[in-house]
Design a protein around this ligand. Structure first.
Ligand SMILES: [Fe+2]
Ligand SMILES: [Fe+2]
Length: 346
């Protein structure tokens, strides 16, 4: 049994599954997670990972006056295309934009595998205070690996990439998928931003920035899940309302441990001092806050401008009908109005 004071875990423990009686099989593909005797879904690799993260959170709160890092609710935008807009398009025979969005989500989930490639410099080389028994200490000892496996799948077992594809294929009865969706995503990927703390060196800043970005993406995904559930559960537009919606719910529950370990490790940084090779020191709180501020500013801005225009453009290109501008005008009228909080206004 897990002792309440235990804070140190092996990678195999953080990757261990809750025993299940029935695996999750979707469209013939064995996916991660599974069902207990009571029929409840259990997310993969949560046997020790969930209690471990809870223990590290308690430890942080007991040893630091700082709260756990949180992305404020008011910066989370609704999904770039509203559920009403998606259903409107599908009802008018324009399925391609929604099929593409679901495919893009699956591809981006697959990119989650890259988190295991993220170099973690020796913590002692840039963190002043001890890190024994923290989430930070376990990033490269199971946490990043579990995250990568959850997103991209592992060996014979499908992960979120395969699960989103399965939800799409069920809801839209195996649509044809254009290879240009992948190239489009690659074309939109930005360059590495200029460092905010050059003295810390590129590896340290990249590590913190990456965790901040992934945390923001994971939290912003709440709107994506709500959107997907609302669209895919509607029998008027979805060919497999139950199956597709259940898949989205399983994926959503798998994301909770990602949000929790990332905010825990970031909180642990906020409670510590980071130091540069030249001896210069920064409060971890200042570093996390600055990187978080830049990320949230960029993400909310991008949501308001580029993404909306890209979707309109995608409808124009794929609808292939003479009345497309009329259709877009009606689509625009169904949009959920949203603007970022004043502190993030451009
Ligand atoms: Fe995911
Ligand atoms: Fe995730």
């Amino acid at each position: 049994m897990l002792h309440e004071s235990r804070l140190s875990f092996g990678a195999e423990e953080l990757l261990a599954n809750v025993p299940v009686t029935e695996p999750l099989v979707v469209g013939g593909v064995r996916c991660h997670g599974g069902f207990g005797a009571d029929g409840a879904y259990h997310s993969p690799r949560t046997l020790w990972r969930v209690p471990a993260v809870q223990a590290w959170q308690r430890q942080h709160l007991a040893t630091s006056p700082l709260p756990l890092v949180e992305i404020p609710e008011d910066v989370i935008p609704p999904h770039s295309i509203g559920a009403a807009q998606a259903k409107f398009l599908i009802r008018h025979g324009v399925r391609e934009p929604v099929i593409r969005i679901l495919t893009e989500i699956a591809i981006v989930e697959g990119f989650g595998a890259m988190i295991r490639e993220l170099p973690v410099p020796p913590l002692k080389s840039f963190v002043r205070e001890p890190v024994t028994g923290t989430a930070l200490e376990h990033l490269s000892r199971g946490l990043f690996e579990a995250h990568a496996r959850d997103e991209a799948g592992w060996e014979q077992e499908g992960g979120h990439r395969q699960m989103w594809n399965a939800a799409r294929d069920a809801a839209f009865s195996n649509p044809i998928i254009s290879p240009e969706i992948f190239t489009g995503i690659m074309a939109r990927r930005g360059q590495e931003p200029a460092p905010l703390f050059p003295a810390l060196g590129p590896q340290v800043e990249r590590l913190v920035r990456f965790m901040v970005n992934v945390l923001a993406i994971e939290v912003f995904a709440r709107s994506t899940f709500a959107w997907a559930e609302e669209v895919l559960s509607d029998p008027a537009v979805s060919d497999a309302p139950r199956e597709a919606t259940n898949l989205v719910r399983y994926i959503r529950s798998d994301e909770a441990p990602h949000v929790e370990y990332l905010r825990t490790a970031l909180s642990e940084i906020t409670a510590r001092t980071l130091y540069a090779a030249d001896g210069r020191e920064y409060s971890g709180r200042e570093v996390v806050a600055a990187l978080m501020d830049r990320t949230l500013r960029a993400m909310t801005h991008q949501r308001q401008t580029e993404r909306i225009a890209q979707l309109r453009d995608m409808i124009r290109r794929t609808a292939n009908r003479p009345d497309v501008e009329d259709l877009i005008a009606q689509y625009d009228a169904l949009a959920t109005p949203w603007s970022p909080p004043a502190r993030y206004a451009a």
